[in-house]
Design a protein around this ligand. Structure first.
Ligand SMILES: [Zn+2]
Length: 207
């Protein structure tokens, strides 16, 4: 998600009602885990701290790739490559040329369920990585948010259907399953980045 100088999310401070219960929809399995040789080559291609090329929606080949459904990662079996990928994704999203508040692995050419989110709701506003994230609860209350995307040049728009609060389940690097309630602008970043893992771009919500 692209950095927006003035956070324009309209956040209503009120009680949030989280509806329904559910379970983690993305489960790890043998099928679909592990990096391909081509992915490993791309991840290891340069220094571990160097930015990666960000795919662009106005490029035909890139735009097709950005619409793919990403496969899960295995945090244990793929640990070394995962750590390199996360390091390079952070270098990319914090690079002055591609500064943003979040990034998903498909944006750097890796069709895996990995995202980085800047936690504006935490002290120091750190970037944190989430593996196999899935939203299992959405608040009925919505929020408006002006969004942009590192992969969508020249377009910004105000989405009106982002939930104010969400419950996100994910795996950590030790393959523990975790869950967390996220609210406000940070919840929009999670929704935006998890959309990327399912081939959805923010302007799909503007229609
Ligand atoms: Zn994006």
């Amino acid at each position: 998600m692209k950095k927006i100088s003035i956070v324009s999310a309209i956040i209503l401070i009120t009680v949030v009602i989280i509806n329904s219960c559910g379970s983690l929809s993305v489960k790890l399995s043998e099928e679909g885990t592990g990096f391909t040789p081509a992915q490993a080559y791309l991840i290891k291609g340069k220094h571990t701290n160097s930015p990666m090329r960000v795919l662009q929606s106005d490029n035909m080949e890139d735009s097709l790739f950005l619409r793919e459904i990403c496969s899960p990662v295995d945090p244990v079996a793929d640990k070394n490559l995962l750590m390199t990928l996360i390091s390079r994704m952070q270098a990319t999203v914090t690079d002055s040329l591609t500064a943003g508040v979040g990034i998903a692995a498909p944006q750097v050419g890796i069709s895996k369920r990995v995202i980085l989110v800047q936690r504006f709701d935490k002290e120091g506003e750190p970037f944190e990585a989430y593996l196999n994230p899935a939203i299992t609860h959405y608040s009925k209350m919505k929020q408006d948010c002006r969004e942009g995307c590192l992969s969508v040049p020249g377009i910004r728009g105000t989405t009106k259907n982002r939930s104010y609060a969400i419950y996100v389940e994910y795996n950590d690097m030790d393959n523990n399953q975790k869950g967390e309630l996220i609210e406000g602008y940070t919840a929009v970043i999670f929704q935006h980045e998890i959309d990327h893992l399912n081939g959805i771009l923010f302007f799909d919500h503007l229609r």
